[in-house]
Design a protein around this ligand. Sequence first.
Ligand code: AMP
Ligand code: FE
Ligand code: FE
Ligand code: ZN
Length: 279
Amino acid sequence: MRIDLHTHSTRSDGTEPPAALVRAARDAGLDVVALTDHDTTAGWDEATDAARELGVELVPGLEMSTRFEHRSVHLLAYFVDPTDPGLATEMTKIVDGRTRRTPLLLEKLRAAGVDISAADIDAATPPGAVPGRPHIADAMVRLGVVPSRDAAFATWLGPGGKAFVRRYATALEDALDLVAGAGGVSVLAHPRGRGSAAVLDDRAITGLARRGLTGLEVDHQDHSDVVRRGLRSLADRLDLVVTGSSDWHGAGKADHDLGCNTTDPAQYARLRELAGVGR
Ligand code: AMP
Ligand code: FE
Ligand code: FE
Ligand code: ZN
């Protein structure tokens, strides 16, 4: 059984609609795929319908924008009730923060001599998508400012970039509570990837495990073999679930092909059990 628990559709910054994502997952030989768009569950219905049709098992998820010790940390949440008022209110707050960031970011770009309009960004953002920097990057590529999303992040949009603007994100500890309160389980996404590696040391993760964290995304393209080994033994010590996933964004992220990392079936079974699914 091949299981991939981290992917993005056009409901956030992926380049394929949810149904096409599920089809691509089937074509890649996956039996189970999670849809984990940034800060939204809007793709779940379409993905679930496609999964039923194609005989793929769809795991409903999302990737929450959180903050821990002033750093951005991504938290994967699975099997939550999307109508839970606490979680729904917080997701609205995060999406509002994303929407408010765009004009500020465009102002910074303009000040640096890059003239991009709100209409340019709209044209690069799929309808109904939670807006993100990748859409701004896509607009910059279209206008010939940069050759790729990567280049846009390196020079302009990433931390330290000339047009970087901080936006609202939920305190990580609160996010753990919200996910649990909504009946779901939480997994730290690429904890030793760029950004969060500096703050998510073993001690910090130990504290988060005590606070209710369910698992660690150990196998991810941002992690070297050495990093994976360290995280695996930490997860073992803390009795955390270990996942492996692609973090697929369609054409939006190179070297993240569907199924390039997978989750062990026994670990997936544990994740479901801890979420109380299938009982
Ligand atoms: P945002 O959601 O606006 O905070 O933008 C962060 C998203 O941009 C991440 O989830 C990644 O998918 C994407 N991203 C971050 N760094 C890069 C990069 N160097 N190249 C392409 N995409 C990136
Ligand atoms: Fe993304
Ligand atoms: Fe992420
Ligand atoms: Zn992701």
